[in-house]
Design a protein around this ligand. Structure first.
Ligand code: RIB
Length: 289
């Protein structure tokens, strides 16, 4: 089973729950507050590691208590953090998350996540080249994402790009990535509002579109397939996409077919949304048997 190397963000999540989402100019009384580990990169690394994958992270945190907290959590979750650099000039990334009306809204302050540069990638090139799969998201500078995709493509290392938060992607990146996992909203932005099925046909076995409770769509080379999602009582959808990507990578690296990997990742994501917080509900292998 190959290594998974996640290159991405580490945040501390400040999670407020409330019965009502405040409108602009409005103050509402909340129900609970939690300060918990997050960041799309860290979440995906934890998801993969909890499911048994040999997982490494390349990232930056600030020289502060949030950075210490995040690193300790990653280590406790079995993620190897030798590629994580502690930087002095900027604080650890933060996310303000409001969970209300069965959905979440998030503001991210990138902080140290934007200190990730090509130099950090070069320092960790050996690790990247030894990976069974590299995972990227878009909470780090785009030029670094593009640089890593090029390195992976040139060296035949499989690379999965989760284009979240939504941002336009260069055609060369789309062509060179092995897998791309947008949700419907991200897909529309990346492919200029083109019809989902038309886009899927162009990128068989590469584009994997997550559609929440409607399931996951991809083209298997012959036809479009929809893998239904698992029905559960939702508590918090934060990190569902991250659990999906981490689990998908863990399954692909152990040799599952795309179809089996999606079924496995769907189960993992469904399990995760039954608890508050991005990482708190992520399953271990036994939970999915
Ligand atoms: O995908 C969920 C994550 O997005 C949160 O953990 C938050 O940190 C933001 O990065």
């Amino acid at each position: 089973m190959g290594k998974i190397v996640v290159i991405g963000s580490i945040n501390v999540d400040l999670v407020f729950t409330s019965d009502k989402r405040p409108q602009a100019g409005e103050t509402v009384m909340g129900k609970t507050f939690s300060l918990i580990p997050g960041g799309k990169g860290a979440n995906q690394a934890v998801a993969a590691s909890k499911l048994g994958a040999d997982t490494y992270m390349i990232a930056c945190v600030g020289n502060d208590s949030n950075g210490e907290f995040s690193l300790k959590n990653l280590n406790d979750m079995g993620v190897n953090t030798r590629g994580v650099k502690i930087v002095d000039e900027v604080p650890t990334g933060l996310a303000n998350i409001i969970v209300a009306d069965n959905d979440n809204s998030i503001i991210v302050i990138p902080g140290a996540n934007y200190a990730i540069g090509k130099d950090l990638i070069d320092e960790n090139k050996k690790l990247i080249l030894s990976a069974g799969m590299v995972l990227l998201q878009l909470e780090i500078p785009m030029e670094v994402v593009e640089y890593v995709v090029d390195i992976c493509f040139e060296n035949k290392v499989r690379v999965l790009v989760n284009p979240a938060p939504a941002a336009p992607l260069k055609k060369s990146l789309i062509d060179r990535a092995t897998y791309i996992t947008p949700n419907e909203h991200e897909l529309k932005l990346i492919f200029d509002n083109l019809d989902t099925d038309e886009v899927l046909k162009k990128y068989p076995n590469k584009l994997i579109v997550t559609m929440g409770s409607k399931g996951v769509k991809y083209h298997d080379g012959k036809e479009i397939r929809v893998i239904p999602s698992n029905k559960v009582d939702v508590v918090d959808t934060t990190g569902a996409g991250d659990t999906f990507c981490g689990a998908l990578a863990a399954a692909l690296v152990r040799g599952d077919s795309i179809r089996d990997a999606i079924i496995f990742a769907n189960k993992a994501a469904a399990f995760a949304v039954t608890k508050l917080g991005a990482q708190s509900g992520m399953p271990v292998l036994e939970d999915l048997l």
